[in-house]
Design a binder for this molecule. Sequence first.
Ligand code: HEM
Ligand SMILES: *[C@@H]1O[C@H](CO)[C@@H](O)[C@H](O)[C@H]1NC(C)=O
Ligand SMILES: *[C@@H]1O[C@H](CO)[C@@H](O)[C@H](O)[C@H]1NC(C)=O
Length: 322
Amino acid sequence: MLHEKTCSAMANLVRVLVMIVIMSGVRFIIIGADGLDMNYYLASCPFVEPIVKDTVNRALQNDPTLAAALLRMHFHDCFIQGCDGSVLIDSTKGNTAEKDSPANLSLRGYEIIDDIKEQVEQQCPGVVSCADILAMAARDAVFFAGGPVYDIPKGRKDGRRSRIEDTINLPAPTLNASQLIRMFAQHGFTAQQMVALSGGHTLGVARCSSFKNRLNKADPALDSEFAKTLSKTCRGGDNSEQPFDPTRNDFDNLYYNALLRKNGVLTSDQTLYSNPTTRNFVNGYALNQAMFFFDFQQAMVKMSLLDVKDDGEVRENCRKIN
Ligand code: HEM
Ligand SMILES: *[C@@H]1O[C@H](CO)[C@@H](O)[C@H](O)[C@H]1NC(C)=O
Ligand SMILES: *[C@@H]1O[C@H](CO)[C@@H](O)[C@H](O)[C@H]1NC(C)=O
């Protein structure tokens, strides 16, 4: 009798222990080691996702070129000090912020983030970080432009540092493939993920100042007809815009097809086709858009988690530290 009771008590204890292990495993998968969570705002700000999506959609219906702006802004945010909204901060008397670096080039779209933040603050003040808003807005912009749909974990905190000198960590458009591979590897990306992320250049434009370095001498990696197109663009001055591919507002794989034809705009674009390692991935993505979308989406989630902070703040105004 006694023996039986002990046995079943033991069995129960084992069952409870197993449950605890399973539950904490599930918790770990959902919450993640960094404190981020797909459902982070489920209770504290349940409508944040539709607010971001609707505001982004409305802005892009008005001006579809802003999809590129939001995507690029998120990339710049994450590559400097992690995805902490530092790119959104305005300069002050004592501090020149990231956004005033020459590398900010044509960063735009800050008003969309401000608009979202205002609405979210009305519903749930002090809860949703600017870094999360930017990450969600970039994701929704990609989808609006015809790209893949994906979810990202939330719970990033906003950083308190935004310094012009940190923008030195952004990749320059004159880098070659081995330099790009090395730079992205510092953030934990493989060469293939770097090529997939460069596919962000399926959206938007570069200004002449970003590619005129290529026009002084004959470049075997640059199609001679396309060189004339670039030169013609530059006749309009340093700020004249050249689309990266024939469909600047559509998220597709035509960027990679342009590289196959030596119609890449930046040195850092065309080098992906010149380098034998990265050329394989360019060929793959040019042939198979579904594969590009899949790899892009995975790499974007990874980028959105770069050096996320749990010790920052939730900014009241995305342009100012509290
Ligand atoms: C691989 C290294 C990269 C380099 C060297 C680079 C460089 C540049 C440069 C020079 C421009 C043009 C800026 C101008 O002239 O106004 C640009 C634009 C852009 N970049 Fe990148 N970029 C890189 C990676 C990325 C990544 C990873 C993304 C996003 C996933 C991205 C998204 C964009 C977008 C969307 C634009 C167009 C912006 C607009 O039209 O407003 N770039 N990039
Ligand atoms: C980018 O930086 C320049 C200074 O290099 C500044 O004049 C310009 O206002 C900045 N652009 C944005 C959008 O912040
Ligand atoms: C890439 O650039 C680096 C630094 O300028 C240089 O040492 C290297 O030879 C270049 N690689 C190629 C393949 O051009």
